[in-house]
Write a protein that binds this ligand. Structure first.
Ligand code: FE2
Length: 307
């Protein structure tokens, strides 16, 4: 067999494999799963609290399967919803997101926004996410109608945690919250939410879209029991058996998704730490609707008693 014929067959096999992987990655991007995690942060004897963590929905009007799956989460009847941003993927998505959230808007909720609530998505080379951060945040594009989404959430009774504190009573449990605006855009005002977390509450939770270390360090140092974040998409395109190749921020890839600890760096003699939950989220950029070894997810966090 001549060299050219062998080379042609190799190229053909590569093209078939590439097309197969692309088809699989497009399928996985729509293969939504509910992940369930217990987080031991409540005082002894306190009844467990079921918290639905939603993030990175990146909704476009035509994504009917995602809308149906999101609507079905209302059947979980959680005690609380935490939304960590990147809800939008299109200028006409606000009513679509509000409609898909359905009965979840009747549940107490808190929220912060991410860059993809504020700014329209842009076409980027997907490989760019694997390279060092160039600092370009593509904010020179049309803004998305995030104020309408904010009004929709506020009218539902959800609390805006953008660079602020808030306290929520859910059943018998009092939760002291702090939240920041999106650190990926540098909009986190850490001074606005600095200081020891409220000890009089039953549990202290901090919320951010992107889990940048400066934010995690401050919330852990201030005594928050758990920090809830999105943004990473869990790495989005992962290597089976290896995991995430990027977090799109300065968080290590080992914590790209799931429940981990975040140590109190400023107090080396103190082994204290916060829980960190990062969700891989439900969506992708509309320009890269693929996922590999990283299913799109929502997470049901069950807060349980410590120890
Ligand atoms: Fe996102």
């Amino acid at each position: 067999m001549g060299f050219l014929r062998v080379a042609g067959r190799v190229a053909g096999a590569g093209a078939v494999a590439g097309a197969g992987l692309t088809a699989y990655a497009a399928w996985e991007a729509r293969a939504f799963v509910l992940r369930e995690v217990a987080v031991p942060v409540l005082p002894t004897g306190q009844k467990p609290l079921r918290v639905l963590h939603l993030t990175d929905i990146h909704m476009t009007p035509g994504q009917s399967r995602k809308q149906e799956w999101l609507r079905s989460l209302g059947d979980l009847r959680p005690d609380l919803v935490i939304s960590t941003g990147d809800n939008l993927g299109h200028a006409r998505s606000v009513p679509v997101v509000l409609d898909a959230l359905g009965s979840l808007l009747d549940v107490p909720g808190v929220f912060v926004f991410g860059s993809n609530d504020y700014y329209s998505p842009t076409l980027r080379n997907p490989l760019q996410y694997l390279l060092p951060d160039d600092g370009d945040r593509r904010t020179n594009v049309p803004q998305l109608p995030w104020p309408e989404l904010q009004i929709g959430f506020l009218e539902a009774g959800w609390l805006d945690l953008t660079n602020r504190f808030s306290t929520v009573a859910v059943g018998d449990t009092t939760i002291a919250f702090a939240g920041v605006d999106d650190p990926h855009l540098g909009r986190d005002d850490l001074r606005a939410v600095a200081g020891p977390a409220d000890d009089s509450a039953d549990v202290r939770l901090a919320v951010t879209h992107a889990p940048y270390l400066r934010v995690l360090d401050q919330f852990a140092r201030d005594g928050y029991d758990a920090i809830i974040a999105g943004h990473t998409h869990g790495g989005q395109v992962c290597l089976p058996g290896v995991g995430a190749l990027t977090t799109n921020c300065d968080l290590d890839t080992a914590r790209a998704k799931g429940l981990h600890r975040h140590p109190v760096l400023s107090a080396p003699g103190d082994p204290g730490s916060s829980w960190l939950h990062v969700s891989a989220g439900l969506g992708t950029s509309p320009y890269a609707r693929i996922r590999v070894a990283c299913r799109p997810e929502a997470t049901l966090l069950t807060l349980t008693a410590r120890g």
